[in-house]
Write a new protein. Structure first.
Length: 345
């Protein structure tokens, strides 16, 4: 009996020391009591074991019960960005987001922008860079931004009425140039004359051989429609000469044979005693200012109110043809019309 007790005591001692030893390593084995708090788990949430110190989670996972997160208002989708909905599980507090991808349509009521092949309306929404379908530009009638000359092409610039895009079209060099149309002489930003036509005075020498010095006018008339110097002006396509020579000159930029058509018509005499008198001459100088062709008188003297000249001439690059008019009384204004037409070789 005593021996039996000893055995039992040894067994109990062994069992107890085994229990005590195990308690140091991990919770004592027990039947979990899944009545604790819910925690988020893979695929949902599940209850924890209520036993103190036990971290076991029930294998029986329930689905989250999602509701809009009261602390995080949804960000609405716009035409150019997705929105976000925020959810929170009412049971375990797990959070999730979901993109709002049902974007509202663009509002193509903004301004036009240039696009490849035309223009398109932009979306009026702030921050949106979307553009509508591309439509062709609506070109205006265009303006001449560079006048063509007898030798050089000009440019016409068109602007789209909607988006402001520009395009240019070349205007072929002219076949003929008429001085009456070109009284608005081309000028650069400093007001210097840059066109082929020049307007000025001549200091005429009648000795043999005849010669002249041309001084280009530099002052504009009030209306900026011609040149004024020493009382001479071109205004409203008429030339006003007061007691001196005036001259119009054209410099050739290339070798050319051209037809010259010149006419000058003075205004009528105011009485039989005061008949129009003038003196028209045409001369040519080369690029060095040397008289190339003696100036010749083409009429207008003593009571005749007009004179004209027509003829073909061959010019070298740099040659200048001068049309000179001397005022000798009996008239105050006249109409000058000079046309130079290239003759095809
Ligand atoms: Zn447990
Ligand atoms: Zn949950
Ligand atoms: Zn948009
Ligand atoms: Zn356009």
């Amino acid at each position: 009996m005593k021996r039996l007790l000893k055995v039992i005591a040894a067994i109990v001692l062994a069992a107890c020391s085994a229990v005590a030893f195990a308690a140091c390593e991990e919770p004592a084995a027990h039947v979990h009591n899944f009545t604790g708090e819910y925690v988020s788990a893979e695929g949902g949430h599940a209850k924890t074991c209520a036993t103190d110190g036990c971290t076991a989670v029930d294998q029986n996972i329930e689905e989250h019960e999602w509701a809009a997160d009261a602390d995080k208002p949804a960000i609405e989708a716009t035409c150019h960005s997705d929105g976000t909905n925020y959810y929170k599980c009412t049971v375990c507090g797990e959070e999730k987001t979901e993109a709002q991808t049902n974007r509202p349509a663009h509002s193509f009521t903004g301004g036009y922008v240039a696009a490849e092949g035309g223009h398109a309306k932009t979306c009026a929404a702030e921050g949106c860079t979307a553009v509508d379908e591309i439509q062709p530009h609506e070109w205006d009638e265009g303006v001449i931004t560079s006048k063509p000359t007898l030798f050089y092409a000009g440019l016409k610039t068109f602007t789209c009425n909607d988006c402001g895009t520009n395009k240019t079209e070349e205007i072929s060099a002219k076949n003929s140039t008429t001085y009456k149309e070109d009284f608005n002489l081309a000028q650069d930003a400093n007001g210097n004359q840059v066109g082929d036509w020049q307007y000025g005075t001549v200091d005429y020498k009648f000795q043999s051989p005849e010669d002249f010095d041309f001084t280009q006018f530099s002052a504009f008339t009030n209306g900026n429609d011609g040149w004024e110097d020493g009382g001479c002006e071109i205004k409203d396509e008429f030339i006003n000469v007061h007691g001196k020579w005036v001259a119009v000159a054209f410099t050739f930029s290339e070798d050319v044979t051209a037809n010259i058509d010149f006419s000058f018509i003075s205004n009528q005499a105011d009485s039989a005693e005061n008949l129009p008198k003038f003196n028209c001459r045409i001369g040519v100088k080369d690029e060095n200012g040397i008289v190339k062709e003696n100036p010749h008188f083409i009429g207008g003297d003593n009571g005749i109110s007009d004179c004209s000249y027509k003829g073909d001439k061959t010019f070298k690059k740099g040659d200048t043809v001068y049309f000179m008019i001397e005022h000798k009384g009996g008239w105050e204004s006249g109409s000058l019309n000079i046309t130079i037409t290239k003759i095809a070789e």
